[in-house]
Design a protein around this ligand. Structure first.
Ligand SMILES: Cc1cc2nc3c(=O)[nH]c(=O)nc-3n(C[C@H](O)[C@H](O)[C@H](O)COP(=O)(O)O)c2cc1C
Ligand SMILES: [Mn+2]
Length: 507
């Protein structure tokens, strides 16, 4: 793994060297216009954009930094996101070493965990400029109003930092922040999230909050990672970067923030200080309706000199957040397999906006095994919010939606193989009968045996390996084009993704 970049500026320089960034000097309006420009660029698989002349602000705006698989991989310093998962798998599967070579290797792994803890430093670039009192002014920032139905501009790519008052564990989460006025925003902590839990648990109903904007891409990603509450996001960031996240003390609240941030907002959230947030054109592809959320009152803004403001637009998929979510899908596979080892692979289709559908392949061993896995998914972290779970056998490629759909249609007896239940649902879901609680469906598209009430299951059609090899060898001679269709592979995901990714857990 190449060493990922240390801050947003190095990241921008890397993107530029790689031909992955375009600077735009023409004046653009953060009110809707940037959205329309970036939406076209994202959907065409285009570059990151640095708008250097944003109407109403002196700060440049970076967007679409995560918008392709290549850029997401560049952020982690890998060729493919599965390599990041492999690094985590090594840690998760740490067992007593066997022999000297293994000892040295495992000591290296242990050291990399120890070195991942964030460390305090006395000075940080993020405090080159300190604005307090009357100088606190959100109008300095080029905050976007993203969609026509949005009532105000929203900060969309923040790392929101809080602490659990009891355990002292720091939480970092990415939660949109609707501007209320030049000194306050809403804090969109959904009910299932850790930031919300920190507020709920505060004895006096009031917590300090710090918001870091403009981080190196790995630290920014980690704010979106659905870690269990007691696991710090900054430790994950340090582990993935290969170097600890450096923290400085805030100026007006008792919290620490990444020293390399471009912009930091400091302030307070009080349980009793609430208002009606939204609507917001969301990653579901719909406007989430107005709802009560707490307000964040700023006590300071600190910045680097010539700070750069990063933003992201979510909306109808595919949008820029697709690859943040795909990174999570890949990175969390080893952890999921720790608790549900029969899972071979899984896929959260972009069109399913990540909460709506999970496709999972399993190494099926016993009657009802697919249902066991459905229940496991509905009991696992934020995956518990999934509406539909589709279970297929190990040999089905979960990333090949054609293959998955084929097996669902072919292998499912709707009376026997569909399970309906209910449970917690994502707060953004508009279809559930009640808010945050509703129906769930599981499709068992695995091969069924007589012990599950099936008749004799037929064999799937497959050409013999000898004949395949013979045709491969003769392909050129046949004059049918350079590569055989078999080699170029299938692609279920809108033709946007390479199908040649290595697979995990194949036996
Ligand atoms: C661009 C983007 C915007 C997001 N906005 C919100 C949001 O407004 N509210 C929310 O609760 N989660 C939001 N999320 C999801 C959270 O960041 C994610 O669930 C994360 O795990 C939350 O951190 P936590 O688990 O520490 O609470 C967003 C994710 C992304 C990528
Ligand atoms: Mn968390």
């Amino acid at each position: 793994m190449a060493s990922p970049v240390s801050d947003l500026r190095e990241w921008i320089a890397l993107l530029e060297r790689e031909g992955e960034l375009v600077r735009i000097g023409a004046e653009v309006d953060p009110d809707l216009e940037i959205t329309e420009i970036v939406d076209r660029v994202v959907k065409a698989g285009g570059p990151a954009l640095l708008f250097e002349n944003v109407k109403g602000s002196r700060l440049p705006l970076l967007i679409n930094q995560f918008g392709t698989e290549r850029r997401m991989s560049l952020a982690f310093g890998v060729d493919h996101l599965d390599e990041v998962a492999a690094k985590l798998e090594e840690v998760l599967e740490l067992s007593p070493p066997q022999g000297l070579v293994d000892k040295v290797r495992k000591l290296g792994t242990l050291k990399s965990i120890a070195d991942s803890m964030p460390k305090d430093v006395s000075k940080g670039a993020c405090q080159e400029i300190v604005l307090t009192g009357d100088d606190v002014d959100l109008d300095l920032l080029p905050i976007q109003r993203c969609w026509p139905g949005d009532p105000a501009p929203f900060i969309t790519l923040p790392a929101v930092i809080t602490k659990d008052r009891e355990t002292g564990v720091r939480n970092v989460g990415m939660y949109r922040m609707q501007k209320v006025d030049s000194r306050s925003t809403f804090m969109h902590w959904q009910i299932h999230k850790d930031g919300r839990a920190d507020l709920r648990a505060a004895p006096d109903g009031r917590i300090p909050v710090a918001v870091a904007i403009g981080l190196d891409p790995v630290t920014a990603y980690s704010a979106s990672a659905p870690l269990p509450k007691h696991v710090g996001e900054l430790m994950l960031a340090g582990f993935l970067k290969g170097s600890a996240v450096e923290l400085v003390k805030c100026k007006t609240v008792d919290l620490e923030v990444p020293a390399n941030a471009e912009i930091v907002l400091e302030g307070w959230v009080d349980r009793t200080d609430v208002g009606i947030e939204g609507p917001f054109g969301d990653h579901t592809g719909f406007y989430t309706p107005p709802e009560e959320f707490p307000i964040f009152r700023l006590s300071a803004i600190t910045m680097r000199r010539n700070a750069i403001y990063p933003s992201i637009v979510v909306g109808k998929p595919p949008a820029e957040d697709e690859w943040l979510a795909k990174a999570t899908e890949r990175i969390f596979l080893p952890a999921i397999k720790m608790s549900v080892p029969e899972i071979v692979d899984y896929d959260l289709p972009t069109a399913g906006t990540f909460h709506n559908c999970v496709i999972v392949s399993i190494d099926k061993r016993f009657p009802g095994h697919a249902r066991k896995v459905m229940h496991a998914i509905w009991g696992l972290g934020l995956l518990s919010l999934s509406k539909a779970v589709v279970v297929v056998d190990a040999e089905v490629d979960v990333h090949d939606y054609q293959d998955v759909f084929f097996h669902v249609c072919a292998n499912v007896d709707p009376k026997r193989d569909v399970m309906l239940t209910d449970g917690p649902i994502d707060q953004l879901d508009h279809a559930s009968v009640l808010p945050s609680f509703g129906g769930k469906i599981g499709f068992d598209a695995t091969r069924k045996g007589p012990d599950e009430g099936a008749r004799k299951w037929p064999d799937e059609i497959e050409m013999s390996p000898e004949i395949k090899a013979r045709v491969d060898a003769r392909w050129a001679e046949l004059g049918l084009g350079a590569t055989s269709p078999r080699e170029s592979g299938q692609n279920g995901d809108r033709g946007r993704r390479q199908r040649s990714r290595p697979r995990f857990g194949r036996r």
